[in-house]
Design a protein around this ligand. Structure first.
Ligand code: KIV
Ligand code: ZN
Length: 390
């Protein structure tokens, strides 16, 4: 069976940048956009050009420097938004306009105070208008996660006729369960006339911690684009994390889905985004957290030292992390202590290790973590290691 490509649509600079207090200036956005291009993302959502002169300017500058990826600008289904986005994208080699409107009853009746029919008319006019500026038009059905499937299919059908080539099905509020979101994508694949002319895209928010699971369920059920951000940053609990979906597809080759991402750049890209935004990555974050490849319990350390794959499903080098870390704590065993001692120059006999280990435990009980300097101190305190130190 041949492997299908899943397009990676990075929205770190648009949805991701909506994190309160994490605003980036144009220079910082350019640094990140260049890196995303190197990383191999297929589409960079560079901003929401009508939202502010700063955002407009960032989209203009990003369009000039990005070499490979499509550069995308967000708009509401409003003529002025679309004109401004088209203008901001003038220099892009591959411009895309991302336009759309809310389609759930909650959005239609409470936000727009209108009817389902009127929403379809606005969606179609927006897509047609965007199409008059660029070939590549993506339509988003905001709150699709809570939109009635039959109506959503109708909206999709009409916007495809109007020229949309990508259909974004956002779970805007992060409400769906993976099985439910996957079923929605499958329903659209099977019930939208003309769907073969468009790519379905997953855009999942993480309010219930399900963004990654929902996106994966989406691609298993026929979507071929995932919208995501570095470190999973974004509104409220964030968006789907790019590094997670990319590594899931890589580590599960039988799904026959892969991406164009150079995974060895994932860790450094995560650090770059975190530093520029001033937003720390939680240590236990999958793939890029500081503890993602750190082992601290004796049983795990012993296993990893004997054979890395006993407790690691990803080779840290595949994501740009130099090595797994064996962290010395009071939970560590002799194997870990011998391993770390050897790394800093002490090859211990069995008897020496017994003595050093006893001293180590007293030390470790007083400290959260025993570091290299502590190992040197411990060696000095042990009688049996005097010959090594001499
Ligand atoms: O979450 C969402 O629905 C969005 C759209 C604007 C694409 O970010
Ligand atoms: Zn979003």
């Amino acid at each position: 069976m041949s492997t299908d490509k899943v397009q990676i649509f990075d929205t770190t600079l648009r949805d991701g940048e909506q994190v309160p207090g994490c605003k980036l200036n144009t220079e910082q956005k350019l640094v990140i956009a260049r890196r995303l291009d190197q990383l191999g993302v297929d589409i960079i959502e560079a901003g929401f050009p009508i939202s502010s002169p700063g955002d407009f300017n960032s989209v203009v500058e990003i369009s000039k420097v990005v070499k490979n990826a499509t550069v995308c600008g967000l708009t509401r289904a409003v003529k002025k938004d679309i004109e401004v986005a088209a203008q901001a994208l003038t220099h892009a080699k591959r411009p895309r306009i991302h336009t759309g409107i809310g389609t759930s009853d909650s959005h239609i009746f409470h936000k727009f105070k209108t009817s389902r029919e009127e929403i379809i008319e606005r969606a179609v006019s927006a897509v047609k208008y965007a199409k008059s500026f660029v070939e590549d038009v993506e339509f988003f059905a905001e709150d699709a996660g809570r939109t009635d499937d039959e109506y959503l299919a109708k909206v999709c059908e009409e916007v495809i006729k109007a020229g949309a080539t990508v259909l974004n099905i956002p779970d805007t509020t992060g409400y769906c369960l993976p099985e439910e979101y996957g079923r929605k994508i499958k329903y659209l694949k099977e019930n939208v006339k003309g769907i073969e002319k468009a790519i379905l895209s997953c855009h999942c928010h993480n309010d219930l911690g399900l963004a990654t699971a929902n996106s994966i369920s989406g691609v298993i059920n026929g979507a071929r684009q995932i919208e995501c951000t570095i470190n999973g940053i974004g509104e409220r609990a964030g968006n789907t994390s790019l590094e997670e979906v990319v590594m899931i597809l890589k580590q599960h080759p039988y799904l026959n889905l892969d991406t164009n991402i150079n995974t060895q750049l994932l860790f450094s890209t995560s650090k770059m985004v975190s530093e520029n935004m001033g937003m720390v990555v939680q240590p236990n974050k999958a793939i890029v957290g500081d503890n993602a490849f750190a082992h601290s319990s004796g049983i795990h350390q012993d296993g990893v030292i004997k054979h890395r794959e006993t407790y690691e499903i990803i080779d840290p080098k595949d994501v740009g992390v130099t090595d797994s870390a064996i962290v010395l704590t009071a939970r560590s065993g002799r194997a870990a202590l011998a391993y770390r001692s050897k790394k800093v120059g002490y090859e211990l006999s069995k008897d020496q290790l017994d003595e050093v280990y006893t001293m180590f435990l007293t030390y470790a009980d007083r400290k959260k973590e025993v570091v290299d300097e502590d190992i040197h101190e411990i060696m000095k305190l042990c009688v049996s290691t005097n010959s090594i130190l001499a």
